[in-house]
Design a protein around this ligand. Sequence first.
Ligand code: SDX
Length: 428
Amino acid sequence: MTPTRLVKLQIDANQVALPMIKSTAGADGIDISKLKASTGLVTMDPGFANTGSCVSSISLVDGDKGILRYRGYDIEELAAHCSFVEVAYLLIRGNLPNQQELHTWSERLNKHSLIHEDMKSFFNRYPPNAHPMSILSAMVTSLASFYPHIMQGDPNFDTTAARLIAKVRTIAAFSYKKSQGDPVVYPRQDLPYCANFLNMMFDSPVKSYVIVPEVIAALNQLLILHADHEQNCSTSAVRLVASSGANLYASIAAGISALWGPLHGGANQAVIEMLTSIQTNGGDVHHVIERAKDKTDPFRLMGFGHAVYKSYDPRAKITKQLCDTLLPKLNVHDPLLEIALELEQAALRDDYFVERKLYPNVDFYSGILYRAMGIPTNMLTVMFAIGRLPGWIAHWKEATESKDQKIWRPRQIYIGPTRQKFVAIDKR
Ligand code: SDX
């Protein structure tokens, strides 16, 4: 982090000079790493909305302009012209692959798509209604038991990364099959990433899965849209755990757990549950709008608002357009789409949402697309995790390779009791 100039911070009669760090795009930063030593003070920034945790070259979000770029490429271009596997390579390796590099990367993913047969028996011990995110997090942590060599520093990061991207898809599909009481379907060596996943999910001994090119294209786009997003909650969890020296699988399992929350990746499931509830209650979107505005009601309009975007999330634009093309192609008439469109329209006409710059985010329409593919509601956040995995891996690599890497250990402003005199229990 090379400082470019100094800024002065006046604290009572003292002045502190703090270095500025220049970005190539987005916000520049004030380096306060010497603040405590030079003033005894710490900063306070709940949710770290104004605090940079690191310098990064992986993705950039411009919340005012509604821009998202991976390694400098606009998300619209990547979603329109790439496969998910290609974008995973871009995020992790820093450049788009050529034909040969993509072929080698795809082969490596296919080679590592099986999970150890002993891991298969884990699925039998979960209750049928186990949430797939709890299974995914546990299984990813367990991978470290089957590949212990990564604990001593990772001799071959590329293989470890490919193994994880390949196996997460298999674990997700196996957990779905187990929840249905159906036999698992193994990955095939002749199918590309997305087709392989859907085949593992929906092929069965009694009914072959028919691969529809438009569905495969839509799944590639959806996973690309979810692949990275700067220092969001789950990516920060991955980087925080990585800072202790934990292995890749343990760090990613932490990211999966953070993503599960309904304010983050769990929102896509919460959106479908919200739309279903509106449908069940007669389809009145205005009642939900009023609840979302009511400060005494903890209800939030799920899939709306964002910590960074104060404009329409570019990913929501693409998923909304995808609904217009994929559902008619599949002859799917999902009443939840009509409700979502009406809800968006009502919210974007309401001063509460307009004044606060609350727009649909990536989770508002994505669940409707996954439903059209046959993916159940409780698998939606798993789909988010499959998409976000290359971004998490890229951040883990960037963090662990950084010469500035330190263990994450934030400070606090203590407001508890001052020193107390101990009183023995018989005197209290
Ligand atoms: C993701 O960080 C990322 O990049 C995340 C993500 C990624 O790719 O990794 O983009 C993925 O997590 C998308 C967000 C999914 N979550 C939801 O859809 C849940 C619903 N959204 C809200 O909970 C909320 O918008 C958050 C959690 C997303 C953001 O919370 P913030 O940063 O606290 O929101 P804010 O500061 O912009 O809120 C400003 C005002 C507040 O009201 P006032 O105090 O000004 O009166 O807007 C209100 C908020 O209460 N508000 C909402 C609202 N979102 C914000 N009111 C009703 N419904 C909402 N959805």
